[in-house]
Structures are given as C-alpha cells and as structure tokens.
Design a protein around this ligand. Structure first.
Ligand code: B12
Ligand code: SF4
Length: 481
C-alpha cells in the first residue's frame, strides 16, 4: 500500500485533508500529517515515515511555504510531490516550478486515491483525471488531464478527524469543533473563487450540494461523544441559501443538542423566522459579509447584489434577538479612497456588530477581481509572483497586511485597516477621522486593532498556555513596529 504524508505550515484541522485521508483509508493506504509549526525537525520526521507521496493542500498565501518545503522534503525522501487545494486549482501552471511533480485541479478525493493505487501497483500515473503531471524524464512535458464529475457529497466517507486529533492533542481538546455541511455557493462575488469553480464544473454534476440533515447530526453526535465540544462551528459558505434545509437542521439540532453554535449567513437571505429559530436552537454568534459600504462598488466591482436596506434590515434582526455578530469587510478594492472605505465603516455602524472584521483585498489569480484590477491598472504587471500577504486577522502578522492594489490613499488606507473596528465602535471618530488617518502612529493602531482579538482569545481560548502565547504574539507584533 502507498504511504501519503500531508504537510502543512499551521496547526489547523483542514477538511480537504481529512476528506482525502478518509478516502485513502478506505483503500488501505497509510497516512500521516506533519505540521511544520509543531515540528522540531520536519525533514527527519517525514523521512522516518518513508512516504511515497508528499501532499500539500495549498491556498495562494501558502505557496512560498509549500514550494520551499516540497524541495527540501523531496530531496530528503525521494518521494513525489503533489499540490492540491485552491491555488493548484486556479493556477495549475505552478507545476512549472522546480520541486512540484503533480498538481490536482478541483476535487482531489478520486485523484489522490487513483494516484496512490497506481503507485502501489506500479502503473502509469500520467492519465489520472484532475491531475497535471510532470514527465519524469522530460520535466518540460506536462500531462494535463481533464476533470472528472463532481462527487456526490453524501456518498463520501466521514472526515478523518483521527488523522489530526490522535497526533495533535490541542485540536482534539479544542473547545470549538468544526463541521462542514455543504459545498458550492450560488452567488458570484468577484473576489471569491466560487465563480471560476462553478464555470470549471459546468456540465459535470450538481454544483451546490448539502449533506443530508441526518448525516450532519450523526457527525455532530460522533464528534461530541468521541472528543466533546463546548461550541460548534458550522463551516460552509452560506448556511441559509437553502432555507428549508437550515430550518429542518435547526429544529432537529435544538431537540437533541444543547451546544452553542457559530455560523456564516448571507445577510440578504435572512428573515425573522430564520433568526428566531437560530436564537432558539443555540446560535451564539453569527458572521456575515457586508464587504463594502459603497453600493456602486459593492454591486459593480465586488458583484454583491444586495442593497444597504437589506443589510440593515438583516442586521437589525440579529440585534433584536440579542445575538453576537461579526461582520466581514474588505478594504483596498479598486477605486478605493478613504471616503469610500469610510462608507463601509458607516454601514457597519448601522448594524452594530460586536466585531467588524476587515481584510485587505487579495486579488487571487483567476478571480474576476484579479482580471478587473489588472485591466484597470490597479496591479503591477508582475503581481502574480508577488502575492504574499494573507490579510488574515488572526495570523497576528500585521507586517503582512499591506495593500495589494496601487491606490492613491494607500498609506491612509493601511491605517484605516488597523483602526476599522475601532472606528465602527466609536462614532465620534467620524468627525476627526481625517486628522487621525493623517498621523502615522502605526504601532498604536496595531495595538488598537489587536485588542479585541486578544480579548476574544482570553474569553474563549483554552488554558493558560494558549493565553500566554496570544500575549506573546501581541507584544512581538507591536515591537516589530
Ligand atoms: C473553511 C475555510 C477557511 C477556514 C479553514 C478552517 C479549517 N479548519 O479548514 C479558515 C477560516 C481558517 C480560513 C482561512 C482563510 N481562508 Co479560507 N476558506 C474556507 C472555505 C470556506 C472552505 C474550505 C473547506 O474546508 N472546504 C471543504 C473541503 C472538503 O474542500 P477543499 O478544501 O476545497 O478541498 C478539496 C479540493 O480543494 C482538493 N484539495 C484540497 N487540498 C488538497 C491537497 C491535495 C494533495 C489534493 C490532491 C487535493 C486537495 O480536494 C479536496 C476535496 O475535494 C473556502 C471556500 C470553499 N468553499 O472551499 C475558503 C478559501 C479556501 N479560503 C480562502 C482564503 C483566501 C482564506 C484566507 C487567506 C482568508 C483571509 N484573508 O484571512 C485565510 C487563510 C488562512 C491561512 N493562513 O491558511 C480562499 C482561498 C483562495 C486562494 N486562492 O488561496 C477560499 C477558496 C475562499 C475564497 N475567498 O475564494 N478559510
Ligand atoms: S457568497 Fe461567499 S462563498 Fe458565495 S460567492 Fe460570495 S464570497 Fe463566495
């Protein structure tokens, strides 16, 4: 049987990896996961496992880590390297880089099993659907295979949580456990990968698929009995796109579980019946995207077809039912100025979120916003090679939070990025925002930015060690300037 080593940088139980692992397990292949940030000597640990495949699940921001680590591990182990996940899906051309032997486009469950079987049986690996494979003798030659049909979500095995939980106790003991309930999304926001994925899978099976409510409840029961949980986080793009599914789920969840949950919703699809049931069934926190306060930018650039009134009405319902709210917003979009970004602050104030989270736009390759930004001259010609920052708030790495687009107000917008939530929470800042944004007190702004994140970790995090770690990251980041 083949041996597959999944390698990743950060400690996170990733659904893609857990699904591939479960499918490989059904065919008897051996798997292990190696998390670089938790490893003392990654190369020796992976080498001792004697892998046949070094598998990386990679988002665009993770490419530098993946390439560097692939090269090191390939040299040390001689195993073949395989990259899958969002970056390989939208930019399979990355196979041209040294150190990558194959990439997986789209869903990987069928492809990785076929590859492991082929290696095990010493058969050719060049004709496996979804894979692009480099010829062993002639690296210039790439075998580009077509996509297979989209899998039926309910025919797949349960995510292999043992892969992570048996090895990393922090994940097994985490108070919040995550569940994935649906794949696909019917909307077409320009900054999201969803639109291209939908195009890619046109005519290849049902795009939006939900697990049955029975199956989701079985999985929650299984996780709770085996590892326990204090909160449940429902991971999916938008849980309320199918109202009848969501209502049935909440009704049955309420009957069986007394566990608070967190989920993401599409705010323009919210009504009072849904919000009331969310409250009754134990929804503790809801996240939704406002993304931008300027309705022209929201509609024409971000392709989010929803009105200010719909956003405000949905937001008011959550306030009425006393639910915690976190909004998601984007700054640094094409045509952004301080004033357009302030319109996002002002729209947030109207819905009174507990935290207004903000990301700097990352125009990822093959998204509509990437093409738009490039054509309108907002991106440097070599941009694709310099995608670096994740803009990821909880990464604490403030230094990576830089504007990706060329914008006139760039410096002020970076300051506004750090002060975004503070501005939302304090309306008096409106009168003097121009003065504040003209002052380059970046360290202070970073402290203000991180304060609610640290507070949240202290309140909901686990154990003294985690709390000390959060404080350490907080101070290191401030000192870095
Ligand atoms: C859940 C999620 C998260 C969670 C992850 C939680 C977790 N424990 O897994 C959190 C909140 C942490 C997160 C963070 C971020 N995310 Co996110 N996230 C998602 C989301 C909604 C679902 C991913 C998922 O689990 N899917 C379910 C699994 C089963 O599918 P999958 O991961 O796609 O895997 C399949 C294939 O891709 C493939 N595959 C995947 N890996 C591999 C590996 C191999 C070897 C092979 C062969 C195949 C393969 O096979 C799998 C099975 O079919 C996606 C959107 C989406 N709907 O997919 C965005 C998405 C992946 N995230 C995205 C982004 C940008 C981010 C952030 C950078 C956002 C930010 N600015 O902060 C951060 C990055 C954090 C980091 N440092 O890594 C982008 C990635 C775009 C890109 N080109 O990189 C996506 C696509 C959404 C979007 N905006 O378009 N995210
Ligand atoms: S609603 Fe969310 S998942 Fe759907 S297209 Fe928009 S950003 Fe992507």
């Amino acid at each position: 049987m083949a041996k597959i080593a999944f390698i990743q940088e950060e400690l996170r139980d990733r659904f893609g990896v857990m699904l591939l692992s479960a499918c490989l397990g059904e065919h008897g292949h051996e798997r292990d996961v190696f998390v670089a940030e938790k490893s003392h000597d990654l190369v020796s640990e992976v080498k001792a496992f004697k892998p046949d495949i070094l598998a990386f699940s990679t988002m665009t921001a993770g490419v530098p880590f993946a390439l560097k680590t692939m090269r090191e591990l390939k040299e040390a182990t001689g195993a073949m390297t395989l990259m899958g996940g969002p970056h390989a899906t939208f930019y399979p051309e990355i196979i041209g880089e040294k150190g990558i032997d194959a990439v997986c486009v789209g869903e990987g469950e069928g492809a990785i099993v076929d590859l492991a079987n082929a290696i095990d049986r010493k058969e050719s690996i060049y004709e496996i659907k979804n894979l692009w494979v480099k010829d062993r003798e002639n690296p210039e030659k790439i075998y580009r295979n077509e996509l297979r049909e989209r899998t039926d979500i309910n025919a797949l095995p349960m995510f292999d949580r043992d892969l992570y939980f048996n090895k990393y106790k922090e994940l097994a003991e985490a108070p919040t456990k995550k569940i994935f309930i649906a794949k696909g999304c019917p909307f077409d926001c320009s900054y999201c990968f969803n639109h291209s994925l939908k195009e890619m899978y046109k005519g290849k099976g049902k795009y939006l698929q939900f697990y049955t409510v029975d199956r989701v409840l079985d999985e929650i029961r299984f996780i709770n009995e085996k590892w326990g949980m204090k909160w449940l986080q429902i991971i999916t793009d938008t849980v309320n796109v199918d109202k009848s599914w969501f209502m049935e789920f909440m009704r049955r969840y309420k009957e069986e579980f007394n566990i608070k949950y967190i989920c993401n919703v599409r705010i323009d699809r919210i009504d009072e019946e849904i919000v009331q049931m969310m409250k009754e069934s134990g929804c503790d926190r809801v996240n939704y995207g406002i993304e931008h306060g300027d309705s022209e930018i929201r509609k024409n650039v971000l392709k989010r077809d929803m009105t200010d009134e719909e956003i405000i009405r949905g937001g008011e319902l959550f306030t009425k039912y006393g639910m915690r709210v976190q909004t998601a917003n984007i700054i640094g979009v094409p045509h952004e100025t301080v004033e357009t970004a302030m319109s996002t602050v002002r729209l947030n104030r109207k819905v009174k979120p507990d935290i207004a989270q903000v990301f700097i736009l990352q125009p990822y390759p093959k998204t509509q916003i990437y093409e738009y930004s490039k054509n309108a001259g907002f991106l440097a010609p070599d941009y694709i090679h310099s995608v670096s920052g994740t803009g990821f708030q909880l990464s604490f790495d403030g230094s990576e939070n830089k504007m990706q687009l060329k914008l006139e107000d760039e410096k002020k917008l970076v300051r506004l990025f750090y002060l975004f939530n503070f501005f939302v929470q304090h309306s008096w800042t409106d009168r003097i925002h121009k003065i504040i944004l003209a002052v380059p007190f970046l360290r202070l702004y970073k402290m203000i930015y991180m304060y609610p994140i640290v507070k949240q970790h202290f309140k909901y995090g686990k154990g003294v060690r985690e709390k000390l770690e959060v404080l350490k990251k907080f101070f290191c980041n401030i000192l870095k300037g």
